[in-house]
Every structure is written in structure tokens, then in C-alpha cells.
Write a protein that binds this ligand. Structure first.
Ligand code: NAG
Ligand code: NAG
Ligand code: NAG
Ligand code: NAG
Ligand code: NAG
Ligand code: NAG
Ligand code: NAG
Length: 420
């Protein structure tokens, strides 16, 4: 049996480049719960998995998805802290209030001309503060949606990749023992959960998971700066006392998104890159460059002598391959689409025309909207950051969890060995 494990592992290693590029997220053939395809079907047929074994594996997979959700949820407070201290809109708001008060407290005994000068100067600083507030509040809100999507999908990828090793072992072990012993399946299952991770030591697992350090402490900043650049282009020219409709807002967000996502696509001339969303490449924000693998691990473990062994290297190699695959781009694009859709719904009440609204209807989906001043919009943009990060269950994590492409993607990582 250990020969079989070796064979499968070799197979996975030799085909790691091909596995993703050829799997059928778009074929629509793959369904969740159908844990077998290609080679795996053969393997399972040879071993004649019984219904109970299949059910157990399925349960294990579902537990895995739950782990992904809770792991991501644990990252959110750290990210909120990083984002709100780097893009500190609250300090600008406080400064603005201070500026307002001093200008009204200007000594009236000053000569008329000087007073005008002071007021002009203060007006300018105040204006600048308002402009900064405008850019920053939009930047951090948009960046947060991206960051939550990236950290979520990266976590699904990591945990399901680890899960695959556990899965191979469990399929083999369950069948191995079934033919030899007459004990109940539940007992076998109990035993399995004790030593099921032997395919990948817990140390390797921990080291591998530690690689989310990069995104949480470094990568997100680069992404946020990119968002800021694009936000400045689109929102910078808008007047604070100009009017804006809900439709304008959606249009602006979509423009910012397409600028960010276009530049994140490889500029290859291949016909594949025509479809922007299938080539969205955000790898450089999600995981560090290979040459810094040792540095990252040394930082996280506080051990400068820590080594990246082949098993870990292999996992990281496969992770990078997946992150750069078209399938991952498509999943990311789909989750971002759903997330921004939800963000629009969070922002919509700001625009609701309460006077013309059907008073009997609490449902705002079809409520009429009106135009409002951009400056009026800012407090809602600022506040929405907390809606994005808080909430149990968190609305954005739920959206990603429920995204069909994400579910297929996770199931494929977890159990795909096909090569056809
Ligand atoms: C400025 O005045 C406003 C009321 O006009 C008040 O709410 C705010 O606390 C004041 N800020 C400072 C810094 O004094
Ligand atoms: C399995 O074990 C039970 C007792 O635990 C026994 O009655 C039964 O005959 C055994 N079945 C086989 C196939 O050995
Ligand atoms: C489960 O593990 C216990 C000890 O941990 C052992 O006695 C028992 O035989 C195992 N059951 C099976 C089916 O291997
Ligand atoms: C399977 O059987 C082997 C011995 O043949 C034993 O070491 C192992 O613990 C068993 N595992 C399970 C899950 O029953
Ligand atoms: C994606 O980006 C990474 C890092 O920026 C780069 O190394 C890689 O070649 C890109 N992948 C594709 C398919 O262009
Ligand atoms: C990982 O990929 C690098 C090149 O990208 C290669 O040099 C290395 O041998 C690979 N390591 C393993 C364990 O596959
Ligand atoms: C996301 O939305 C864009 C624009 O509406 C669309 O072109 C793209 O196909 C969508 N992506 C997915 C994966 O559905």
C-alpha cells in the first residue's frame, strides 16, 4: 500500500503543472460531492470504496471548508487594524473638525487683510484635507474588498491542498483496513482522524500556512497603493460639492476595478489574454517572490536557520502554479463580482429617496434613488469599512463561501488528480 501512496504522490508531482490548466471548472462536469475523477476514479474503483467511506470523505471535506472559513475570519481583525492605521481617515476627520473651529475663533482684532489671508490659507488646508479624506475613504474601502477576497481564496487554496494529502491517505487506509478487519466503520473513522495527517507532518503544514504572512503584512499594502492610484484617477477630479447618483457610483467603482484588474493581467499577446477576467494575475500581492521563501519563514518562526525542505518547496511550487492559473483568475473574478455587488447594496441606502419610497415596503432593492452630494457620501464610505470587516457571520466571507466557482475550485484542489 505504501507503494501506492508513493505512486500517487509521484503522479501528482509530475503533473502539477498540468493539473490545473486542464481541470474542468468551466466544463461544468465537476460537481461538488463527486469526489472522484480521472485517476482517482480508477483508484477508487479498484479499491471499491463503499458508501460509508465515501460519506466519511465527504464529511471530512466539508469540515475542511469550515476550517477555511474560520481561519480567514481570524485574519480579519489583523487586516482591519493594518488598513485603518495606514489609511487613517478618522485622523483626517478630526483634523478637519479642528480646522473648522480655529477658523471661527480667529481673532477679530486682526487687520481685515490678514484675516482674509488666514482664512484663505485655512480654506486651502481644509480643502486639501477634504480631498485627502475623499481619496482615502474610497481607497481603503475598495482595497478591503480585494484583500478579503485574496486572503479568503488563498486560505481555501492552502487548506484544501493540505487536505488533499490527508485525503489520499484516508482513501487508502480506510480500504486497507476494511479488507483485513471486521471492526465497525465508525471505529475506523475514529482511528483515521488521529493519524490521518501522516502524509504531511503538522510541522510542514504549519510552515506552509505561515506563508499567508506575506499577504497580511506586505502584499496588501502594494495592492492598496495600486487601488489608491486608480482611485485618484477616477475620484480625484470629482467635485466634493458635485452631485452623484447610485448609478454614477457603480460606474466609477467598475472603472476603478477594471483599471486595477487590467494592469494585474499579464500583457501577453496570446489570444487567451483577450478575456481580461480569465487572466487576472494577483500572485504578486498574495505570495512572496520565491527567492524570499527563506526570509518569510525565518521571520514567522523567528528562526534564522529554518530550512525549506522539499516537501514544503513542493507545496509552495504547486501553490504558485495554481495562483497563476486561469482557473484561479476566474474564481477570483467571480468572487470579486459577487463581493462588489454586495458592497453596492451596502451603499445603496445612502441614495434612497425616502420621500418617494413606498412607505409600506422595507425592501430597498427596488426603491427609488436620488442624487446626493459627493461630500455627503463620504461618512458612509468611511463607515462601510467596518461593515466589510465586522458582522458574524461576515457578509463577505459568506459570499465567497457560497460562490459556486470557489466551491468547485476547492473541491478540485482537494481531490483532483486527473490529467486528461
Ligand atoms: C469643533 O466644533 C464642533 C462643533 O461645531 C465640535 O463637535 C467638535 O468637537 C469641535 N472640535 C474640536 C477639535 O474642538
Ligand atoms: C464480525 O464481528 C462480529 C462480532 O463483533 C461477528 O459476529 C461477525 O461474525 C464478524 N464477521 C466476520 C465477517 O468476521
Ligand atoms: C483503533 O485504535 C485502537 C487503539 O487506538 C485499536 O485498539 C483498534 O484496533 C483500532 N481499530 C481499528 C479498526 O484499527
Ligand atoms: C489500519 O491497519 C493498520 C495495521 O494493519 C494500523 O496500523 C492502522 O492504525 C489502521 N488504521 C485505521 C485507520 O484503521
Ligand atoms: C503573474 O505574476 C507573477 C508575479 O508578478 C509573475 O511571475 C507571473 O509570471 C505572472 N503569471 C502569468 C501567467 O503571467
Ligand atoms: C520548485 O520549483 C523550482 C523552480 O520554480 C524548482 O527549482 C524546484 O526544484 C521545485 N521544487 C520542488 C520540490 O519541486
Ligand atoms: C465579472 O464581471 C465582469 C464585468 O461584468 C465580467 O466581464 C466577467 O465575466 C465576470 N467574471 C466572472 C467570472 O463571472
Amino acid at each position: 500500500m505504501s507503494d501506492l501512496i508513493e505512486t500517487i504522490k509521484k503522479f501528482v508531482q509530475n503533473n502539477r503543472k498540468k493539473i490545473f490548466v486542464t481541470t474542468g471548472i468551466f466544463g461544468g462536469v465537476y460537481l461538488i460531492g463527486r469526489f472522484a475523477k480521472g485517476k482517482l476514479v480508477e483508484l477508487q474503483q479498484t479499491m471499491a470504496l463503499d458508501q460509508i467511506t465515501r460519506e466519511n470523505i465527504k464529511k471530512r471535506y466539508q469540515r475542511n471548508q469550515f476550517d477555511c472559513l474560520t481561519t480567514t475570519a481570524n485574519f480579519l481583525p489583523i487586516l482591519l487594524e493594518e488598513i485603518s492605521s495606514t489609511y487613517n481617515v478618522e485622523i483626517i476627520t478630526a483634523k478637519l473638525q479642528h480646522t473648522k473651529n480655529t477658523s471661527s475663533q480667529i481673532n477679530p482684532e486682526d487687520p481685515e487683510q490678514d484675516l482674509e489671508k488666514i482664512q484663505k490659507l485655512e480654506k486651502k488646508t481644509k480643502r486639501e484635507l477634504w480631498e485627502e479624506l475623499k481619496i482615502m475613504s474610497f481607497t481603503r474601502l475598495i482595497a478591503s474588498v480585494y484583500i478579503i477576497n485574496l486572503i479568503s481564496l488563498f486560505t481555501y487554496l492552502q487548506i484544501n491542498l493540505i487536505g488533499r494529502y490527508v485525503y489520499i491517505d484516508s482513501v487508502i487506509t480506510l480500504n486497507h483496513n476494511k479488507t483485513e478487519s471486521n471492526s465497525s466503520t465508525s471505529e475506523r473513522e475514529k482511528n483515521l482522524s488521529d493519524d490521518s495527517t501522516k502524509g504531511l507532518s503538522t510541522e510542514i503544514q504549519a510552515k506552509y500556512l505561515a506563508f499567508s504572512y506575506y499577504l497580511i503584512h506586505v502584499g496588501w499594502k502594494e495592492l492598496a497603493e495600486k487601488v489608491r492610484e486608480e482611485t485618484e484617477k477616477e475620484i480625484g477630479p470629482l467635485m466634493l460639492n458635485g452631485k452623484i447618483t447610485f448609478e454614477n457610483l457603480i460606474e466609477i467603482f467598475n472603472k476603478i476595478r477594471s483599471n486595477i484588474e487590467e494592469t494585474a493581467s499579464p500583457s501577453s499577446k496570446s489570444k487567451k489574454s483577450k478575456n481580461m477576467n480569465k487572466n487576472l494575475n494577483m500572485t504578486s500581492y498574495i505570495i512572496n517572490n520565491e527567492k524570499y521563501d527563506n526570509d518569510i519563514l525565518a521571520t514567522v518562526t523567528s528562526d534564522p536557520k529554518v530550512v525549506i525542505d522539499d516537501e514544503l518547496k513542493n507545496l509552495l511550487n504547486e501553490t504558485r502554479d495554481i495562483l497563476e492559473s486561469e482557473d484561479f483568475s476566474a474564481v477570483l473574478s467571480s468572487c470579486l463580482n459577487d463581493s462588489f455587488e454586495s458592497l453596492f447594496m451596502i451603499l445603496k441606502p445612502t441614495f434612497i429617496d425616502t420621500q418617494n419610497m413606498d412607505a409600506n415596503s422595507a425592501d430597498t432593492t427596488n426603491a427609488p434613488t436620488k442624487e446626493i452630494l459627493l461630500a455627503q457620501m463620504l461618512p458612509f464610505i468611511t463607515k462601510s469599512l467596518y461593515t466589510v470587516f465586522y458582522g458574524v457571520p461576515n457578509p463577505f466571507l459568506e459570499i465567497i463561501k457560497d460562490n459556486m466557482m470557489q466551491q468547485r475550485f476547492s473541491a478540485i484542489i482537494y481531490s483532483s488528480f486527473e490529467n486528461n
